[in-house]
Design a protein around this ligand. Sequence first.
Ligand code: MG
Length: 160
Amino acid sequence: MNNDIRIGNGYDVHALADGLPMYLGGVSIVSPKGFVAHSDGDVAIHALCDAILGALALGDIGKHFPDSSPAYKGVDSKKLLAQVVKMASERGWGVGNADITIALQAPKLAPYIPQMRQALADVMNVDADRVSVKATTTERLGFVGREEGCEVWASVLLVR
Ligand code: MG
């Protein structure tokens, strides 16, 4: 069927702790804090994976890449995204566009956003103009504002 479309949304949170590496949107971020995680902790990619899996009605990232599995210890989340995109393409779906909102109090992400868009687009085999990454603080409110964690929402449109 031509012009068949699917929409999906994803959400993820990771806690921050001192002295850990921070990866977001496939990019290494200079930060005194990083994400507590079984994988590399790239919470933006995890939300994006869940959005794609949601559009495919294939469950969630924890189902496909369990954090109890040693296979995913410290894994580069770009590899998870590549596998999820492959699951979509095997079913005839490609990414139409993706839109990601990252809530993080610090550091400021604006300088990294072009790199994130390109990194995610490269893994998803689309042009960077199909990938939006937006960042916001929460005005020091809540767990994000207290610099205890980061939350990310992702929406994706799949087309075939
Ligand atoms: Mg996660």
